[in-house]
Design a protein around this ligand. Structure first.
Ligand code: PLP
Length: 486
């Protein structure tokens, strides 16, 4: 039963929507006592979205806040393109001044900011139903467990996994790749075997495999990149051999924004019966991901790169593979039965989630995926593409500025250097103008070095960035090079 008196006074737009829908359903029944109670019928559910936690006294209901909602219009302008100005208002951190200027957040490749919705969901969890999960036989444990598992299902739908049992919650991409390296790598790689990564990869997809290669006596090979920042896929055909045990590559490179042709990589690897891990840290928020269509064996990403909380991430693993893998960490939750002599392990995904999980942030990630789904990943992709092309055009006209990398297909990353001005100094000078960018090696030293650089300045765009943000960046860079021409 939905007790309307419980939810009065909540200001989250999602709950306002819920109230509106509920009122409509109840024929404008007053919210005052006596409380109006109606069964949640099929007629109401499509309006409310999917309840993710049982409704109860005092809960702020776990209801998908958006959908085909009246709120949608807020996020689109008259031309029906994504309204970034409006979207920006959903992000409290972006409402501040930094060094006397309105903050322009162009460090989205490092991390994205969080909308109210996500922050509120986490706060709601700790305020109303914080509990350990799976073990407690009480109301809050049941509520927390349902919300945690609902978040898993949201991830499943977002990346189109066949089953939520293929979704493992971890701390982030780094931990996810380490999990696969320490389980699959330990189990299947032996002396003389080979592991393939790429020159475009983040250190998080190099170091864990290097360590396993050293430990197991294997060789690590890398698909090389050309001078535009595109992988030379013909080299993969040459590198792959009967000793290759896994190919692990990034979907999108974090320094030049290259979208790697992972479908082709998977095809080539599968022709040799080699499984493929895709590091989706830089793709998940910028381009649609369908793990089944890709044929990925593992797909890993971090919540904080897609408007979700820090400290939560995902390993997708094909069920047939996960079923064969030994656990990584041992402890509670990952077992079925323990005696002093031996342990019978749980089935996936619990087998890979030892100990108390990060319940609050998994729920927060679920909310972030709702938010992105509401706006539409295709719309986000198109918006970011327009911004990136505009930024590249504008920056290219600045004397002494060199854009680095020109891949065939890219997401919203721009990398550049300035003649005679060290990269870290550019970062500091932009910060003085309230503009946050990355200035360094971006944890992708092999990628930068392949193109002849040690560091770059890297603005990266997200759904809340506007043309005005790009103009502010361009004006600030012109100022740094001593050029006042707007
Ligand atoms: N892979 C890529 C391509 C990245 O860009 C990053 C982070 O920037 C990572 C992996 C590591 O992600 P995290 O630090 O969230 O584990």
């Amino acid at each position: 039963m939905l007790n309307l008196s419980n939810i009065e006074g909540l200001h989250d737009p999602g709950f306002e929507l819920l109230l509106k829908a509920a009122r409509k359903y109840c024929q404008e029944a007053p919210l005052a006592s006596p409380p109006v109670e109606k069964p949640l019928s099929a007629a109401l559910l499509p309006l409310l979205g999917e309840a993710e936690a049982p409704l109860g006294e005092g809960t702020t209901l776990g209801v998908r806040p958006f959908g085909e909602s009246e709120l949608s219009h807020l996020h689109y302008d008259e031309a029906d393109t994504l309204n970034a100005e409006q979207i920006k208002k959903d992000f409290p951190v972006l409402q501040q001044q930094v060094n006397g200027h309105p903050l322009v957040w162009l460090d989205n490749g490092a991390t994205t900011q969080k909308p109210h919705l996500v922050i509120d969901k986490i706060s709601d969890y700790y305020t109303h139903y914080n509990s350990n999960i799976h073990r407690g036989a009480h109301t809050l444990a049941a509520r927390a467990t349902d919300a945690y598992e609902a978040a898993r299902e949201k991830v499943q739908r977002f990346i189109n996994a066949a089953s939520s049992e293929e979704i493992i919650f971890v701390r982030g991409t780094t931990e996810g790749i380490n999990l696969v390296a320490q389980t699959y790598g330990r189990q299947y790689c032996t002396v003389g075997d080979e592991i393939i990564v790429s020159e475009l990869d983040h250190h998080a997809n190099i170091v864990p495999w290097q360590r396993i290669a050293q430990e197991r006596g294997c060789t690590l090979r890398a698909i090389p990149t050309d001078k535009n920042g595109d992988l030379i896929l013909s080299e993969l055909e040459r590198l792959i051999s009967p000793r290759t045990r896994i190919v692990s590559v990034g979907h999108v490179n974090n320094t030049f924004g290259t979208i790697n042709d992972v479908q082709r990589i998977i095809q080539i690897a599968h022709q040799h019966n080699v499984p493929v891990l895709i590091d989706g840290a830089q793709s998940i928020a910028h381009t649609p991901v369908d793990v089944q269509q890709l044929g990925a064996d593992f797909f890993v990403f971090s919540g904080h790169k897609i408007y979700g909380p820090n400290g939560i991430g995902v390993v997708y693993g094909r069920k047939q593979l996960l079923d064969k893998l030994q656990p990584w960490q041992g402890g509670g939750n990952m077992i079925k039965d323990v005696t002093i002599e031996r342990t019978e392990y749980n089935v996936p995904p619990a087998r890979f989630e030892a100990g108390t999980p990060n319940v609050a942030d998994a729920i927060g990630l679920g909310a972030a995926l709702d938010y992105v789904s509401h706006i539409g990943i295709r719309n986000i992709e198109a918006h970011e593409h327009r911004l990136t092309e505009y930024a590249r055009e504008q920056l290219a006209q600045i004397p002494g500025l060199t854009l680095i990398g020109n891949p065939k297909q890219r997401v919203s990353v721009v990398s550049f250097v300035l003649d005679d001005i060290p990269v870290p100094e550019v970062g500091t000078l932009l910060d003085k103008e309230g503009i946050a960018v990355r200035a360094g090696h971006h944890c992708a030293q092999p990628a930068l070095r392949a193109l002849g650089y040690e560091m770059s300045v890297r603005p990266t765009f997200a759904l809340y960035n506007t043309r005005d943000d790009v103009d502010r960046l361009v004006i600030a860079v012109r100022k740094i090079v001593g050029e006042s021409r707007p």
